[in-house]
Write a protein that binds this ligand. Structure first.
Ligand code: PLP
Length: 223
C-alpha cells in the first residue's frame, strides 16, 4: 500500500472509534514522503529532532501544523519556537521555562503538553503522575505567560502485553481527569491527551486518547 492509502485507511479506522486527532510521525522520512500524506489531506506532522523539524518546515507547505514529540534540549528550542504548533514532549520545568522565553521572543504563545512517565521502562523521559499532580496543585505554572499547557502526553511500555498497555493508558487518563477537575491557572487547560502509536493506538483510543501519534503504520518502517 502507498503512503496515501495507508493514511486514508488509518483515518477511517480512527474515525470509526471517535473523534481523535492524528499526528503523522514523519521522523527520518523525506519531504516527498510527507507530501504523499499531505496529498491525502494530512496536515499535522510530528518529528522528534529539532533540527530535522526546522529543515522540513523550510521545505514544506506552510499550512502544515508541526508537533515536536521527542526529547528537546533547551538550546534547540530556538530553532522551532518561531513556527512550531505544539511541543508534546515537555519533560522538565527548565525546558518549559526556555520554551516560554523563546515564545515571548517570537511574540507567540506555544501550546505544550507535559510528558508523563507511565511506562515501566527506565529510559523514558517525563514527569511521574505524582509529580504532575503536585505541579498543578500549586500555582507555579502561572508565571509562564507565553505558553499554553493543553494537556498530557504519554508512551506505554513497548510490550506485547495488551493488558499492561491498557493499564498504563488508563492510569494516565485518570490523572488527566483528576487534573482537569482542579482549578487550573489561566495558561492551562486539560484538553488534549496524546497517547497511542502504530502498535497501540486502538487501545489508546478506547482508553480516552484525543491525539494519536502514528508513524510506521503510515510511512512504513524506519531504518
Ligand atoms: C516514533 C514515535 C512515535 C511513532 O511511532 P510508530 O510506532 O512508528 O507509530 C510516536 N511517538 C513518539 C514520541 C515517537 O518517538
Amino acid at each position: 500500500m502507498s503512503i496515501q492509502d495507508n493514511m486514508k485507511a488509518l483515518r477511517l479506522k480512527v474515525e470509526k472509534n471517535g473523534n481523535c486527532k492524528i499526528v503523522a510521525v514523519s521522523k527520518t522520512k523525506t519531504p516527498a514522503d510527507i507530501m504523499e500524506a499531505y496529498n491525502a489531506n494530512q496536515r499535522a506532522f510530528g518529528e522528534n529532532k529539532a533540527q530535522e523539524l526546522a529543515d522540513k518546515y523550510e521545505k514544506l507547505p506552510k499550512d502544515i501544523e508541526w508537533h515536536m514529540i521527542g526529547h528537546l534540549q533547551r538550546n534547540k528550542v530556538k530553532y522551532i519556537a518561531p513556527f512550531v504548533y505544539m511541543i508534546q514532549s515537555v519533560d522538565s520545568l527548565r525546558l518549559l521555562e526556555e520554551i516560554n522565553k523563546q515564545a515571548a521572543r517570537n511574540g507567540r504563545k506555544i501550546r505544550c503538553l507535559l510528558q508523563a512517565h507511565i511506562a515501566e521502562e527506565e529510559t523514558k523521559f517525563g514527569f511521574s503522575l505524582d509529580e504532575l499532580k503536585a505541579l498543578f496543585q500549586t500555582n507555579q505554572l502561572a508565571q509562564y505567560e507565553s505558553i499554553f499547557i493543553a494537556g498530557l502526553m504519554g508512551m506505554a511500555t513497548f510490550t506485547s502485553d495488551e493488558n499492561q498497555v491498557r493499564r498504563e493508558f488508563r492510569s494516565l487518563k485518570n490523572t488527566f481527569e483528576e487534573l482537569r477537575a482542579l482549578p487550573l491557572t489561566a495558561n492551562a487547560k486539560m484538553e488534549d491527551l496524546s497517547m497511542g502509536m502504530s502498535g497501540d493506538y486502538a487501545i489508546a483510543i478506547e482508553e480516552g486518547s484525543t491525539i494519536v501519534r502514528v508513524g510506521s503504520a503510515i510511512f512504513g518502517g524506519r531504518s
